[in-house]
Design a protein around this ligand. Structure first.
Ligand code: FNR
Length: 395
């Protein structure tokens, strides 16, 4: 279903946009406020150029990451990060994405707010389904405990705690297009009574269902005292999340799973994460959807890698669109790279096979980049192979 004239992720994106419903397009692309961070995420790669070496016999190339991640050796240092409500892209949603990950030998992270359940996605994606992404829910830790138990029972490897979202960012697109989950689509990790945090329909319903909830001057609904939040139909992320209370709670609650944190942009937060027992760090600005004007993950990466100093794996996401981007992220010290939006383009156009197309294309591109760079394996990728754009090569 993907035409042979489509050769790159950029082509695929253009093709996808020809038929994507405007509300879903707004949901997928929406960045915080003016989109400065989204632009940064896409442009930052071009601020680095690579310096290849020649004549190094790359006929026996391996793309595999240097060390296992989530207990497994993957095809390449690339995974499919958590993005919510994938049925908006295709009826098979997360099941298709997870099945594609399995067939391509890459890991998959499931969002808390998925349209298919923890168990169904694990059935579709097998051992590729390594991570359950988690938001800590306001007034409903009981639901978080239930999700953790289910992930443990289903054989997940980790909980990835997203730490950059005490509230959703200011996303004008969602409001303008009045984002509402279409009828029949459900957040299947929860009972039907609940709506996700981005659902605009819940704004009025929360007030109706609970007379003690007030609508404040800026239009946000606020519970009048925490004892009322249990009655809310909209699941909200806990605005009071903090290292000490919540990492301690998560460590005590989680028995078998590794805890990772996603959304680190400062070396001292990486330090906090490690101090509280995180087994891995994902440097990320949430695809520019949370805080506008914030640093790109790639620009934050080297300082974080230096701080972490090999104690835990450091992964990165945001704006990865080409095989060469994977190379640059690794040269700047990342152990592994994740993608968000690109899988949606494939998913929308051709379900599971479309997602496979995205991964296959990145594998092909990364292979060619590695050979042209004179690298026989990921261990050959070095910081000295990059020069800042407009900089001169020095010895
Ligand atoms: C996301 N992302 C995200 N992250 C998370 O921790 N939990 C979530 O539920 C979601 N949901 C979500 C939905 C959609 C539509 C997108 C595009 C993104 C963020 C995601 O995991 C990742 O950080 C970014 O998408 C990476 O940037 P790129 O690859 O999209 O540029």
């Amino acid at each position: 279903r993907i035409p042979t004239t489509v050769l790159s992720l950029k082509d695929l994106e253009a093709k996808c946009l020809e038929t994507l419903d405007p509300m879903i397009r707004d949901y997928l692309y929406d960045g915080a406020e003016e989109g400065q961070t989204i632009r940064e995420n896409l442009e930052v790669w071009d601020r680095w150029l690579v310096i290849p070496r020649m004549m190094r016999d790359t006929s026996n190339l391996s793309l595999a990451p240097l060390s296992p991640q989530f207990g497994k050796r993957w095809t390449l240092p690339l995974g499919i990060g958590p993005s919510a409500m994938q049925q908006l892209g295709h009826p098979d949603g997360e099941k298709a994405t997870a099945a594609a990950a399995k067939e391509m030998g890459v890991p998959f992270g499931l969002s808390t707010f998925s349209n298919y359940s923890i168990e169904d996605v694990r059935d579709a994606g097998g051992k590729s389904v390594v991570a359950l992404q988690m938001y800590l829910l306001e007034g409903r830790r009981d639901l978080n405990v239930e999700l953790i138990r289910r992930a443990e029972a289903a054989g997940y490897k980790s909980i990835v705690l997203t730490i950059d979202s005490p509230i959703p960012g200011n996303r004008p697109g969602l409001v303008k297009s009045n984002f509402i989950l279409p009828k029949g689509m459900k957040l299947r990790n929860f009972s039907d009574d609940f709506k996700g945090p981005l659902d605009q329909s819940s704004k009025s319903e929360v007030a109706e269902a609970n007379p003690e909830v007030e609508t404040s001057a800026n239009g946000n609904t606020q519970a009048n005292g925490t004892h009322n939040t249990k009655k809310q139909s909209q699941l909200l992320v806990d605005t009071s999340i903090n290292w000490e209370r919540d990492m301690t709670w998560l460590k005590e609650t989680t028995t078998k799973l590794e805890i990772w944190v996603k959304g680190v942009l400062h070396p001292l937060d990486a330090e906090e994460a490690i101090a509280y027992g995180a087994k891995g760090i994902i440097v990320s600005n949430h695809g520019g959807r949370q805080l506008d004007g914030c640093i790109s993950a790639l620009d934050a990466l080297p300082a974080i890698v230096k701080q972490v100093n090999g104690r835990v794996p450091v992964h990165v996401d945001g704006g990865v669109r080409r095989g060469g981007d994977i190379f640059k992220a690794l040269a700047l010290g990342a152990d592994f790279v994740w993608i968000g939006r690109p899988i949606w383009w494939g998913l929308h156009l051709d379900g599971k096979d479309g997602v496979k197309w995205v991964i296959e294309t990145l594998v092909k591109e990364f292979r060619v980049v590695m050979m042209l760079m004179g690298c026989r394996g990921v261990g050959d990728i070095k910081r000295e192979m990059l020069v800042a754009k407009n900089g001169l090569l020095s010895m």
